[in-house]
Design a protein around this ligand. Sequence first.
Ligand code: CA2
Length: 148
Amino acid sequence: MSSIPKILVINGPNLNMLGLRQPEVYGSESLSDVENRCQQKGTSLNLEVTCKQSNMEGDIVTWIQQARNDYDGILLNAGAYTHTSVAIHDAILSSETPVIEVHLSNIHAREEFRHHSYISPVAIGMICGFGTLGYDMAMDAMKAHLQK
Ligand code: CA2
């Protein structure tokens, strides 16, 4: 691990719409608010944080592949690809970089199609249901994991 661990935060499809629609499900904070929060949490934990968002599955696959060389850990909210993407599952396996899965909502309290995650079996852990606080929790968990 490098002296200041580098953490990549990836938000997937439609998360650029945060704060603009469905605040009852996803809260009122924007994606920028979430990313600023991750940066602040990273600073407090002495982690170097980079945030990316894409609506494209291939971007997310490529970023996870590249993380092998450039990052010590990934926080991943893959959005709806969580429930569909074998490609992201395979990318996590090949990157050999620890991934913590994050969801704003409690996916197990929602529609049945959200109950299955292709990410969970290849993540070191998963946090869901705590809104944007979940990113802070995941950052704490990643710091602890990297210190083990
Ligand atoms: O709870 C989460 O964080 C999710 O990953 C969010 C995804 C959803 O498909 C997953 O099942 C759970 C959807 C993100 C969409 O975000 C929006 C935010 C505001 C307005 C519209 C969509």
